[in-house]
Design a protein around this ligand. Structure first.
Ligand SMILES: *[C@@H]1O[C@H](CO)[C@@H](O)[C@H](O)[C@H]1NC(C)=O
Ligand SMILES: *[C@@H]1O[C@H](CO)[C@@H](O)[C@H](O)[C@H]1NC(C)=O
Ligand SMILES: *[C@@H]1O[C@H](CO)[C@@H](O)[C@H](O)[C@H]1NC(C)=O
Ligand SMILES: *[C@@H]1O[C@H](CO)[C@@H](O)[C@H](O)[C@H]1NC(C)=O
Ligand SMILES: *[C@@H]1O[C@H](CO)[C@@H](O)[C@H](O)[C@H]1NC(C)=O
Ligand SMILES: *[C@@H]1O[C@H](CO)[C@@H](O)[C@H](O)[C@H]1NC(C)=O
Ligand SMILES: *[C@@H]1O[C@H](CO)[C@@H](O)[C@H](O)[C@H]1NC(C)=O
Ligand SMILES: *[C@@H]1O[C@H](CO)[C@@H](O)[C@H](O)[C@H]1NC(C)=O
Ligand SMILES: *[C@@H]1O[C@H](CO)[C@@H](O)[C@H](O)[C@H]1NC(C)=O
Ligand SMILES: *[C@@H]1O[C@H](CO)[C@@H](O)[C@H](O)[C@H]1NC(C)=O
Ligand SMILES: *[C@@H]1O[C@H](CO)[C@@H](O)[C@H](O)[C@H]1NC(C)=O
Length: 646
């Protein structure tokens, strides 16, 4: 779609936001569902319901279940230890705590250890609980980030919209809460939502509210004062909710509206994740002209059997050519569309690349075997509820993602905070593979780079470890390249994934770096490649992070994370790793495969944290070239209201 078309489309919606047409106020709860729309809608909903049943019947022959290494089955716990349900599930959202950690012996954490875990350049609130990024946008010189926030505690609950602004996506200023649960249509939570810019410069925010009757509904809000670059005050449309769960969709399976896009007919569309009959994950599409009245379209944008509830759906275009991001409404030749869903069942963000048909409002994956939820992951580590936005200022599409704590709630309460956002990442179509996205830390993070050291062609022999003498290694930006020299022939019966981590030795790997390690290697977190011989003679490469030895404490999760990464013939193995205390974000092959890890060391902290190269392959020597920067801390603080210059 050309910008001109977008301009013209403004003729199709009324300037509603100035004149909320809600003369009779909020409809009574007993009738609001029916009173919203007439029989026409009920009929349309029946058609919609039938189309879902048809979808299930058509696909029931061949139900692709998530494969075991994509979503590992939960371990069976001994009956003697009954683990309570995780926080959040009873309230109709995904799990927000890790009660299974309670069966571990509590470590004697000290305040110094807890203090060290707080990050220096990742966004986190001053205190308390945060989860999903919400409504990210750029407005009048400021990047805005809203986020799911509990103002009262370091555990999930009482969810409001926290708010912060930044000039550069790195240094942040906290603002007062943007929205709190104060209306019947969001009294049990102001949940996740997305922003849409209208062609006349207005902003609409669609978000999920949990009503006084525990129903998930979609609500409309808008800035009270568009002249205010800080967008401090938000008005909720008095006629909310604007969308309620349609027939066939359960009251608590209807959440997280996307940014809207405008179709060739000038009508806006918004998609909302859900599920049907427990296991059919899907995304509904609604059309609107005015953001008040919505029509549920027949069928769905897309559905994948066996994937369960889709949360936080994200739907956006990427350019096949070039290095710029696209406005959410862009479509046409040279453009593919990414569909992302956060899978409630597995707590994993999955995406697939495909084609959007704006006439039928259907999306089709390029490769059905790599469909949403059964193929690629946004991030192979600890990562969820991600959301992109288009930054018109720099023509980038920027991705935010929520990283939770993997320690106990008791620890979080003692620390006084829980959860981080990733470093914002640019997202581009990988025009070399044609199958992946490329995620890369926004270039602004480089403004934190201090002094650096280059290590050139360091030989790391099979089975060896080489210290990198850079002193304290807690805030780093590491760029590393590896070449391998084969010493012995390999077989094809070796671990063909991340295996048991860095302790599992193959002919070609693992090799990489050890971050957040102490001198005696009593704690260490390997980030590594593991190329594996395949029967057709080529190498498949896995990119992995191994947290197993990251901490002496038992009461934290320690997993081996990773996934396959395409390494093309003309490419060396390359990784970029951002280390920031308890978070390690790792990007392989320019961002084709990404892993975010949380680590809670007890010894490898403060001045004791070191960096090493390692090569645990049995049959190759590795030559490594690295550039390593110390990173400064970002300045993240309350907005200095009253000061004249910022
Ligand atoms: C923790 O510290 C207390 C008191 O210092 C001690 O009694 C206890 O044995 C320690 N627990 C562990 C698991 O080390
Ligand atoms: C929510 O807020 C209420 C007070 O408004 C408080 O009593 C309750 O403990 C809070 N719950 C959580 C989980 O923070
Ligand atoms: C929810 O709030 C509405 C509006 O105040 C009210 O009419 C309705 O009775 C309430 N419903 C429940 C279940 O409390
Ligand atoms: C709107 O914001 C502008 C810029 O911050 C401010 O000057 C103006 O007073 C605000 N208007 C109202 C009604 O608050
Ligand atoms: C829902 O799934 C169950 C079990 O797979 C099946 O028996 C039933 O027919 C399905 N219902 C609909 C409406 O498709
Ligand atoms: C391929 O993508 C890169 C960005 O990843 C971009 O710089 C380059 O221009 C693209 N190549 C073509 C032919 O569009
Ligand atoms: C992509 O780039 C190539 C080479 O520059 C060009 O020939 C082609 O037309 C471009 N395709 C699109 C869809 O822009
Ligand atoms: C948070 O972390 C725990 C522990 O690793 C995990 O089990 C849980 O599913 C996570 N929750 C989400 C929403 O990612
Ligand atoms: C940066 O400089 C400090 C002080 O000279 C030094 O100890 C440290 O190793 C340097 N860091 C890097 C990554 O070069
Ligand atoms: C892979 O394994 C096969 C059979 O075991 C062997 O013939 C081949 O040389 C191996 N490839 C490499 C690159 O080592
Ligand atoms: C390499 O593998 C051996 C054998 O499993 C293990 O003892 C050692 O700790 C591994 N090295 C690293 C750095 O993980």
């Amino acid at each position: 779609m050309e910008p001109n078309d977008l301009e013209q489309s403004s003729a199709f919606y009324a300037p509603l936001l100035n004149t909320p047409s809600s003369g009779d106020g909020a409809p009574a709860a007993a009738t609001w569902r029916r009173s919203l729309k007439g029989y026409g809608v009920i009929l349309a909903s029946l058609v919609f319901l039938l189309s879902l049943v048809a979808l299930i019947m058509n696909q029931s022959q061949e139900v692709p279940l998530p494969s075991p290494n994509i979503a590992s089955a939960p371990k069976l716990e001994p009956a003697s230890f009954l683990i309570p349900e995780a926080r959040g599930i009873a309230e109709g959202v995904s799990a927000k705590s890790n009660p299974s950690l309670l069966k571990e012996v509590a470590f004697n954490w000290t305040n110094a250890m807890f203090s060290w875990q707080r990050t220096a350049y990742h966004f986190q609130p001053e205190k308390n609980w945060m989860n999903d990024p919400n409504g990210p946008l750029y407005y009048k010189g400021w990047y805005h980030l809203f986020y799911q926030y509990n103002p009262f505690s370091a555990i999930w609950g009482n969810i409001t919209w926290g708010h912060a602004v930044s000039r550069d996506l790195i240094h942040w200023l906290y603002l007062p809460l943007a929205m709190v649960p104060d209306q019947w249509f969001d009294i049990y939570g102001v949940w996740t939502g997305s922003a849409t810019f209208l062609p006349d410069g207005k902003i609409v925010m669609l978000y999920t509210g949990k009503t006084n009757g525990s129903v998930q509904v979609q609500n409309l809000a808008y800035p009270a004062n568009l002249s205010d670059p800080l967008l401090l005050h938000w008005d909720k449309y008095p006629g909310n909710p604007v969308m309620v769960p349609p027939p066939g969709i359960q009251d608590d399976d209807f959440r997280d509206p996307t940014t809207a896009w405008v179709g060739p007919d000038g009508k806006w569309r918004v998609t909302i994740g859900s599920r049907f009959n427990t296991t059919l994950g899907l995304s509904l599409v609604y059309q609107t002209k005015n953001f008040i009245d919505y029509e549920l379209l027949d069928g769905v944008l897309h559905a994948v059997p066996g994937t369960g509830m889709w949360e936080c759906v994200d739907f956006y275009p990427v350019a096949i050519n070039g290095s710029l991001g696209l406005d959410t409404s862009a479509m046409g030749p040279g453009i593919k569309h990414v569909l992302k869903a956060s899978l409630d069942d597995t707590k994993v963000d999955h995406y697939a690349i495909g084609t959007y048909d704006p006439i039928k409002d259907k999306w089709t994956p390029d490769n059905p075997k790599m469909d949403v939820g059964i193929g690629l992951r946004v991030d192979y580590g600890r990562y969820y509820a991600s959301k992109t936005f288009f930054d018109p200022h720099t023509q980038r599409r920027i991705l935010w993602g929520w990283i939770n704590e993997t320690d106990t709630e008791n620890a979080d309460l003692r620390k006084g905070w829980a959860s981080l956002q990733t470093i914002p990442r640019t997202v581009l179509f990988d025009n070399k593979t044609g199958t992946h996205l490329l995620q890369w830390p926004v270039k602004e993070v480089e403004s934190l780079r201090l002094n650096s050291t280059v290590f050139k062609d360091v030989l790391v022999e099979a089975g060896s470890i080489v210290p990198l003498d850079i002193g304290t290694a807690t805030q780093l930006d590491i760029v590393a390249e590896f070449e391998i020299e084969q010493l012995e022939s390999s077989t094809t019966d070796e671990a063909s994934d991340c295996g048991n981590g860095a302790v599992e030795r193959n002919t070609f790997g693992p090799f990489g770096i050890l971050v957040i390690a102490d001198d005696s290697l009593s704690e260490l977190t390997p980030v590594f490649f593991r190329p594996v011989n395949t029967s057709d003679g080529s190498l498949n490469t896995y990119f992995c992070t191994d947290e197993k030895r990251s901490s002496k404490a038992n009461d934290v999760f320690k997993q081996v994370y990773g996934g396959e990464v395409p390494v093309l013939e003309d490419e060396k193995y390359n990784m970029r790793v951002l280390v920031d205390h308890s978070i390690v974000e790792s990007f392989a092959q320019g961002g084709r495969t990404v892993i975010s890890s949380r680590v809670y060391p007890t010894e490898a902290i403060y001045g004791a944290a070191r960096l090493f190269l390692f090569n645990n392959a049995t049959g190759v020597n590795v030559k490594a070239t690295l550039k390593i920067w110390d990173l400064n801390s970002a300045f993240i603080r309350p907005f200095p209201f009253g000061e004249t210059t910022i």
